[in-house]
Design a binder for this molecule. Structure first.
Ligand code: BGC
Length: 281
C-alpha cells in the first residue's frame, strides 16, 4: 500500500488531543514515569490501560485521574516478565476495547550491587522485567497491530511501540551492570524491531530519560547534598519530572512524529553531554 504523504487527512495532529480515539497500554503505570505517561495520554484523548504489578490502589488512583480528564481507563494487573500474565493482559484489553494502537513499554526496576556481590537473582530480576518484559509486550502488541492494520480515522500508522529506555543505554553505570545491560539490550531490541516492523507501518522508538524524580532514584534526590551532587551531572540545572516524559511520549505516539522511526529520543537535561568536560579536557 503506498504511503499517504498528504498532511491533514485526519486533521487531528495539530489539535490539543492528538491521541483521540486511540487505545494505549502503559506498563508499570501505577507510579513514576509510567503514571506520568498514562496521565498525559489521557489528557491527549487516548483510552489508557494502566498496567501494574502489585499496587492495585495506586493503579486505581491513576485510572480515576485519567477518567477525570474525560478519557477511558482500565487497571490491569500483570507481571510483564511472565508470558501468561502478558497474554492475559492483551486479551483483556482486546475484550474491553477491541485492540491496541499504542504500547508504552515502561515497567522497569533496579537491583543495584557491586559485581562481586550481585546475586544471580538480582541479575535475573532486572533482565526479566526490563528486557524480557519489553519483548513479551512488544510481541503481543505487534501481533495485534499487524492483525488490525491502519485505522486511518485515528492514525497514519498501524501502531506505535515506545520503549522507555534510559540514558544508561549510552552511559556506562558502575554498580548497576544488570540495569545498564538491560537498557543496552533495549537499544538494539528497539532498533531491530523497528527494522522488522516498518513494512507493517508500525513505528517503534525509545525514550531515554535521564534523572527523573521518582521512587526508583529517591536516594539521588531526597537530601539537599544528594540533589546538589546529582545536579552536577545535569547541565540544564534541574531534575526531570514524569510529565517531561509524558509530553515526549504523547508527541512520539502522535502523527506529528509519523516519520520518526527506530530512534531513541533522549530526555535528560543534557546528562549525556559529558558535563564534566564543560571546564576540563
Ligand atoms: C535510573 C535512575 C537514574 C537515571 C540517571 C535512570 O535510568 O533508573 O536511577 O537516576 O537513570 O542516572
Amino acid at each position: 500500500m503506498p504511503h499517504d504523504i498528504s498532511n491533514g487527512s485526519k486533521g487531528a495532529s495539530m489539535d490539543d488531543q492528538p491521541l483521540r480515539g486511540q487505545r494505549a497500554l502503559v506498563t508499570g503505570a501505577s507510579s513514576g514515569i509510567g503514571e506520568g505517561v498514562a496521565r498525559a495520554f489521557g489528557a491527549a484523548g487516548a483510552s489508557v490501560v494502566v498496567n501494574y504489578a502489585g499496587n492495585a490502589d495506586a493503579a486505581h488512583r491513576v485510572v480515576d485521574e485519567v477518567k477525570a480528564t474525560g478519557s477511558d481507563a482500565l487497571a490491569i494487573r500483570a507481571d510483564v516478565s511472565k508470558e501468561a500474565d502478558v497474554e492475559m493482559m492483551f486479551a483483556e484489553m482486546k475484550r474491553a476495547w477491541g485492540g491496541i494502537d499504542i504500547l508504552v513499554s515502561n515497567a522497569g526496576l533496579q537491583r543495584d550491587a557491586a559485581i562481586t556481590d550481585m546475586t544471580l537473582e538480582q541479575w535475573n530480576t532486572v533482565i526479566s522485567v526490563n528486557l524480557t518484559g519489553a519483548f513479551l509486550c512488544a510481541r503481543a502488541a505487534a501481533r495485534a497491530m499487524i492483525g488490525q492494520g491502519v485505522r486511518p480515522q485515528v492514525s497514519r500508522a498501524a501502531g506505535k511501540i515506545i520503549c522507555i529506555s534510559s540514558v544508561h543505554e549510552i552511559i556506562p553505570w558502575a554498580g548497576h551492570v544488570n540495569y545498564a545491560a538491560s537498557k543496552g539490550g533495549v537499544k538494539l531490541f528497539m532498533q531491530s524491531l523497528a527494522q522488522e516492523l516498518a513494512p507493517h507501518r508500525i513505528r517503534v522508538n525509545s525514550i531515554a530519560p535521564g534523572a527523573i524524580k521518582t521512587a526508583i532514584n529517591r536516594p539521588a534526590w531526597e537530601t539537599p547534598e544528594a540533589l546538589a551532587s546529582l545536579l552536577k551531572l545535569i547541565p540544564y540545572g534541574r531534575i526531570g519530572v514524569p510529565d517531561d516524559i509524558g509530553r515526549t511520549a504523547v508527541w512520539l505516539a502522535s502523527d506529528d512524529a509519523d516519520y520518526v522511526h527506530g530512534q531513541t529520543i533522549v530526555v535528560d537535561g543534557g546528562m549525556t553531554l559529558y558535563p564534566e568536560f564543560a571546564q576540563g579536557g
